[in-house]
Each structure stands twice: as C-alpha cells, then as structure tokens.
Design a protein around this ligand. Structure first.
Ligand code: NDP
Length: 433
C-alpha cells in the first residue's frame, strides 16, 4: 500500500488474488523462497507519457498515456488499451495485473500488460480521434513489437482506433508488422471472431458453469450491462443459446425490454451511428429507459456484467440472489466489488470471475497473432471452435483446481491458483530477473 499510494483498484485486484494463494505457497515453498509474490506484484516496466493533440478548432490538448508491461514470463506483454477519462495508473495496473493470470489461463504464450489514456473519446470527431491515436502511438511505438508488447482494444478503443494506431506504427517503422496490434480490420491482418470473442467466450464460460449444474441457457432470462463490444456479443450468444436478454445500458441509464433486446437495433445505434442507448426506447414503445437506473434491481436468472469495474456492489449482489439469479459471468474486468463477490460465493451460485470468464477476447487475439505469424486467415467456424474449446478448457481448469485446493465450485480460487502457478513456475525457471 505504501509503495503504490492511492491506487485503490490495483490494491483491490492484488488482494483478491493473494487471498487465494496461501495453500499454493504451502505446497510450493520455492515460490516463497524466490520471492515470486513480491516480484509478480511489481510491473517489469511502467511507461507514462505526454500525448499532445489538436482538436478541430485548433485548440491544443494534453492527455496522459500509459503502458504497464507487467509480466513477460509466458510471452510478449499482451493486453488492451483503454481510453476513458477515469484512467490513471491505478486502473491500468489493476487491469495489467489481472491480465497476467487471465493470459496464463488461456494456455497460450502471452504475458500480461495494459495501457491507455485519460482521453475521453465521447463527442470527438473522427479526425480528432485519428489525431489523438497518431500522437499516442508516436510515443508508444518504440516500446511495441510482435515479440515485445502487443496491445489490443478495451473501453473506448475499437476497430477504428486500432486502425489509426496501426497506420501510424507502419508509417513510423516502415514495417507492415501485423502481429504488433490485435483487433485489426479483416482486410489487413485481423481475425474473424475477434470482435465477437469476449462476449461469446464469456457466454461459453457461463454455459459450462450451468452444465455442471445440469442447467442451460435455454429459456433463461438474462441481464447484460453495457452496450459496447463485450455487451453486444454477449447478448448475441445468449440469444443463440436459447436465453433471453432483457437489458442493456450505458453510463447514463438502463434499457429494460421484457420481450427481449432487439440486438440489430443496438448494433445500429452503437456500432454504426455511435449514439446513446437512451435512443433504443424511441424505436420500441414497449421498452423502458431508466435514466441513472440500477440494472441489477431488474430480476434475472443469469447476470453478465459487461461494462466496467465495481458495477455490482454487495447490495446489488444480494438483490440479484434474492431475485433468483443462479449464475453470474463477468464479461467486464473486476465488475463485482469484494463485498459482492462474498455474497455470490456464500450463496453458492455459479460465479465466473472476469479473469477466467472474459479471457476469450485475449485468447482470440493470440489466435490472431498465430494467423499473422504464418500469414494465414482462418474461417469463422474454425476460429469459433478454437475459442469454444479454449473457454471449455479454462472452465475445466478452474473447476478442477478449485476442487484440488479444497474449495470445490469456487471459480475465484480456481482461476487465481491455476493462473498463478504457471507464471510462477516460469519465473522460477528464468532465475532472478
Ligand atoms: P466499450 O467501450 O465497447 O463499451 C463499454 C460499455 O460500458 C459502454 O456501454 C459504456 O457506456 C459502458 N461503461 C463504460 N464505463 C462505464 C462507467 N464508468 N459506468 C457505466 N457504464 C460504463 O468497451 P468493451 O465492451 O470493450 O469493455 C467492457 C468491459 O469489458 C471492460 O471492463 C473491459 O475491460 C472488459 N473487457 C473487454 C475486452 C474486449 O475484448 N473488448 C476483453 C476483456 C475484458 P458509455 O458509452 O456511457 O461510457
């Protein structure tokens, strides 16, 4: 705490992982001897830089850019970039720390990192977004590379932003190096299924948790928060698996549509027209828009928070359980507060923490890197099959590890322990670096 003052989200993420690791250190004294805990909590490198840019009226703005290269024991640093006004070092470090274990769980050769800026993309013109992305990458490019550090998208960074950053990287380095960024367009090195991957993957994970309990999505009423990349493709897969999603939201309010969310409309509003979710209710008179509403007050059987960190607190978790929720799968990173997690675990419902449930995005990014490395492009069906298999493996690994360490059904412990052991073993093997 003294070493990283004020970084509350980072403290929260570290505490949550360390709480699971006691039994691991007993079984593996070499991890304590080699000070793995102390080393894993300290990023290998943190880069903070100035990002100057000009708006359309010619005014100069200065934002702060970040890249935290947290751990490269398993492969090049890998993790998204977030553009949101709330971004500061504590947010990027929490996300980077989580990313280490998530990436380990995928079984693919990727280390952990995260980056972003306190730039607010809302209300900016396309040209302003382009100028910002170009300025951002003009500094960051020197730290990136397909074998070094490979960013992707996150909140506020989608295909458009990755395109502008890739273009500037290519221009500065004079290299067409597709493996340096993931989430690229399909015509220039992107992978099918990457756009859908986090939402689809989270839904596959919940499906696996439901199957363990002899349940399925068929006929279930589901609630998804957010209306961005993760939320949209979570809703799509829920519908494909026979569930009905009745909500979506943004930071201004909640849409409640009992008949089921009209996903084509959400895609049109958010992906094409970049409008607010409030406008959904203009097209469906039977849908309700609740300004500043609490989405978790709406009863559902499956909840999939897909917006941002700490969006479900202890009270929300208790409301969900009381209203009959039997499964929670986190599409977002750390969307449940520690009090909320406690409620879910004590209630014994199926609770899939983000670092396991939303690993499908980064896993498919690693599949994009594989395709880039051999200059290939796989079909949608094949790539989705790979994603489904990876999510099933992550689920089974967490489930089995939780049981092995004496807490059957506790996916939090399962994910933390399984993710940690692989990285810790690699760090021991690499010596004191
Ligand atoms: P997007 O920017 O596409 O969408 C974010 C959505 O969440 C928007 O609807 C946004 O509403 C809402 N939101 C953001 N901040 C807040 C806030 N403070 N309060 C309420 N709502 C908010 O981002 P993604 O869908 O990519 O990311 C969503 C979550 O999933 C994040 O936690 C991210 O870290 C995580 N994630 C994403 C992955 C990916 O592949 N994209 C991979 C793994 C995890 P508004 O427009 O009002 O801000």
């Amino acid at each position: 705490l003294k070493r990283n003052p004020g970084e509350v989200e980072f403290h929260q993420a570290v505490r949550e992982v360390l709480e699971s690791l006691g039994p691991v250190l007993v079984k593996h004294p070499e991890f304590a001897e080699r000070k793995i805990i102390e080393r894993i909590c300290e990023p290998e490198r943190q880069i903070i830089f100035r990002v100057p840019w000009q708006d359309d009226a010619g005014n100069v703005h200065i934002n702060r850019g970040f890249r935290v290269e947290f751990n490269s024991a398993l492969g090049p640093y890998k993790g998204g970039l977030r553009f949101h006004p709330s971004v500061y070092l504590g947010i990027i470090k929490f996300l980077g720390f989580e990313q280490i274990f998530k990436n380990s769980l995928t079984g693919l050769p990727i280390g952990g990192g995260k980056g972003g800026s306190d730039f607010d993309p809302k209300g900016k013109s396309d040209n302003e977004i382009m100028r910002f992305c170009q300025s951002f990458i003009t500094e960051l490019y020197r730290h990136l590379g397909e074998h070094t550090d490979v960013p992707a998208g996150d909140i506020g960074v989608g295909g458009r932003e990755i395109g502008y950053m890739f273009g500037q990287y290519k221009r500065i380095t004079n290299r067409f190096e597709p493996g340096v960024l993931t989430g690229k367009g399909l015509d220039w090195g992107g992978s099918l299924v990457r756009t859908e991957a986090t939402g689809y993957g989270a839904t596959f994970f919940v499906d696996a948790m439901l199957k363990v309990r002899n349940e399925s999505f068929e006929g279930k009423t589901c609630s998804v928060s957010g209306s961005g990349n993760v939320a949209i493709y979570t809703i799509e897969k829920i519908h494909q698996l026979g569930g009905k999603c009745i909500t979506c939201s943004d930071s201004n309010g909640v849409i409640f549509h009992e008949k089921g969310i009209d996903l084509d409309l959400v895609k049109q509003l958010k992906e094409v027209e970049r409008r607010r979710i409030e406008d959904y209710a203009k097209y469906h008179k039977d849908a309700k828009y609740i300004a500043n509403g609490n989405i978790w007050d709406i009863p559902c059987q499956v909840a999939m928070p897909s917006a941002t960190q700490n969006e479900i607190n202890g009270k929300d978790a208790a409301t969900l359980v009381k209203n009959g929720c039997i499964a929670v799968g986190e599409g977002a990173n750390m969307p449940t507060t520690p009090e909320g997690v406690k409620v879910f675990l004590e209630a014994g419902i199926a609770y899939g923490p983000g670092k396991a449930a939303n690993a499908g995005g980064v896993a498919t990014s690693a599949l994009e890197m594989q395709q880039n490395a051999c200059r290939d492009a796989w079909t949608f069906e094949y790539t989705e099959q790979r994603l489904a298999q990876i999510m099933k493996n992550i689920h089974d690994t967490c489930y089995e590890t939780a049981a092995e360490y004496g807490t059957p059904g506790n996916y939090v412990n399962g994910a933390n322990i399984a993710g940690f052991i692989k990285v810790a073993k690699a760090m021991v093997a690499h010596g004191l670096i």
